[in-house]
Design a protein around this ligand. Structure first.
Ligand code: ATP
Ligand code: MG
Length: 235
């Protein structure tokens, strides 16, 4: 049987933890692996990732704060069976996930899809508490935690390092380290609303050198959990 690509949900709930950056990097990684991917943007008030990617991949926006949005989400996954679905979530989706996330959780089998969560954290406690709550809606999901290097080196994430949650995550998933990109390059990505691929073509030589350094580290990170043929890797 042909295996379908997973749904990759980039979560983290909190504002500004780096979800959009990780989503952009993931889209770039999948494209470079030759994996057909589509984007589901759930940050309907600030669809930054969709704006950056809409010239390159198929995008749709659904608001996960209401039941309609979840229906659209499930249908979109069904329509794009041949593609990996990347979901960029918004900080405010938390209540919608708790209320309606079960709609998706119950349908994954029928869709023949695996849900893979990349949960982006900073060094604060609420990143972990929100992950715990999320896990209650999606108990069978393969979840990887992404320590965003923007907030410090891996050993600075002491709360996570010492948590029971880390042990639970690492029975199935992994703890990953998302590389820090120089501020001036990150700022340019953000203000120009461009994809990593486009940025790699357009940026000035110095910025591009930094971008390519960062991209190689992103590549190394994603290859730990997504192999070249798009299969996901468990521990
Ligand atoms: N790894 C990183 N390297 C460099 N800058 C980063 C990194 N992660 C985050 N940032 C900075 O933090 C800002 C916020 O990141 P981002 O927009 O990805 O967060 P978010 O979780 O999507 O926020 P929101 O909840 O508002 O959607 C970025 O514009 C960027 O300047
Ligand atoms: Mg965002």
């Amino acid at each position: 049987m042909e295996t379908t690509h997973p749904i990759y949900l980039v979560g983290g709930s909190k504002g500004g933890v780096g979800k959009s950056m990780v989503t952009l990097a993931l889209a770039d990684y999948l494209q470079r692996q030759g994996i057909h991917a589509v984007l589901l943007e759930t940050d309907t008030s600030n669809p930054d990732v969709m704006k950056a990617l809409r010239d390159e991949i198929r995008c749709a926006a659904y608001d996960l704060d209401d039941a309609d949005g979840w229906i659209g989400f499930v249908n979109f996954c069904d329509t794009h069976r041949d593609a990996a679905v990347i979901v960029n979530t918004a900080a405010r989706n938390q209540t919608g996930v708790a209320r309606y996330g079960g709609t998706l959780a119950r349908t994954l089998d029928e869709l023949d899809r695996q849900l893979v969560v990349l949960w982006v954290i900073n060094r604060q406690r609420d990143s972990l508490e929100l992950l715990h709550i999320f896990g209650q809606t999606f108990p069978d999901t393969l979840t990887h935690v992404v320590r965003n290097g923007y907030f410090g080196a891996p050993d600075k994430f002491t709360l996570y390092q010492e948590s029971q949650l880390r042990k639970a995550i690492e029975t199935k998933g992994r703890s990953l380290d998302f590389p820090d990109l120089a501020d001036r390059v990150a700022d340019e990505l953000r203000s120009q609303r461009i994809s990593i691929r486009k940025a790699a073509e357009m940026m000035h030589i110095g910025e591009r050198a930094e971008l390519l350094r960062w991209r190689a580290l992103c590549n190394a990170m994603f290859s730990k959990v997504i192999s070249a043929d798009g299969e996901t890797r468990e521990q």
